[in-house]
Design a binder for this molecule. Structure first.
Ligand SMILES: NC(=O)c1ccc[n+]([C@@H]2O[C@H](COP(=O)([O-])OP(=O)(O)OC[C@H]3O[C@@H](n4cnc5c(N)ncnc54)[C@H](OP(=O)(O)O)[C@@H]3O)[C@@H](O)[C@H]2O)c1
Length: 225
């Protein structure tokens, strides 16, 4: 049985990296895919075309800047007016700055907290009335430990785990989990780490309800690959 066929799924940060590979996997399941990008519109458009070829019932790109309230509101409004519901929200978009805290500017600290945490919470809040089944937020192995030169990033990823666990207690009709990759070969890491396709496969299986996780739980990819 194909659990995701015809399901409407919003995937943030789908234009490249782990998000793009996840989009391809979801497309293969026949989902209706809404993929957000911030700057790389052309990449998102090309990705949507490929998703269609791979079997997506529909694939559409949406502009979203998680650091901008208006952009978050417009994205949520677009989904409400054009689709009326979401079966699955995948909060994947994220950014990183590799520097010791003493060398990070206020702008760099805000950029990470606003994108990875604040914007993700605001978008989820606006979409909650329309989500029917599942919320998956992409955290990180950095949400379990402290990594050098990543103090603000680690703070945001520990935050994603707390957010997931608390929200699961408030929204009992939904399955809300966070998924934690380790170092993965994308732009974010200078292309070091495990293949993003392998990470995407575990995100897909999480969306299908594999691994027997309860709402609020973590899927620790960094221990699996
Ligand atoms: N790579 C790793 O080793 C690793 C490990 C653990 C966890 N993660 C997490 O996995 C997720 C995906 O990471 P990745 O490595 O695939 O990153 P990536 O290749 O750098 O891609 C980042 C994605 O986020 C989007 N984005 C950036 N800033 C945004 C903003 N302000 N608002 C909305 N979207 C924005 C980008 O859109 P544009 O293309 O339009 O710029 C892009 O689609 C992140 O949450 C990251 O923290 C990654």
């Amino acid at each position: 049985m194909n659990l995701l066929r015809g399901k409407t799924i919003l995937l943030t940060g789908g234009s490249r990296g782990i998000g793009a590979e996840t989009a391809y996997k979801l497309a293969g399941e026949g989902a209706i895919l809404l993929v957000t990008y911030q700057r790389n519109r052309k990449m998102a458009q090309d990705l949507c075309k490929k998703c269609h070829d791979l079997g997506a019932e529909r694939a559409e790109e949406i502009e979203l800047n998680l650091g901008n309230n208006k952009s978050i509101e417009m994205c949520a409004e677009f989904i409400k007016s054009n689709y009326g519901h979401l079966n699955v929200l995948i909060n994947n978009a994220g950014v990183i700055v590799w520097k010791r805290l003493r060398d990070q500017t206020f702008d760099e600290i805000e950029y990470q907290i606003r994108t990875n945490l604040e914007g993700t919470l605001k978008l989820t809040k606006l979409l909650l009335p329309y989500i029917r089944e599942t919320i998956i937020s992409i955290g990180s192995g950095a949400g379990y430990m402290g990594d050098p030169e990543l103090a603000p990033y680690c703070a945001t990823k520990w935050g994603i785990r707390g957010f997931t666990k608390a929200l699961a207690l408030d929204e009992k009709s939904l399955r809300i989990v966070s998924v934690h990759p380790g170092m993965t070969k994308t732009d974010m890491t200078g292309y070091r780490g495990v293949p993003p396709q392998d990470v995407a496969d575990i995100i897909l299986r999480t969306a299908k309800g594999e691994f027997g996780k309860s709402s609020g739980d973590d899927v620790n990819i960094f221990e699996m690959l």
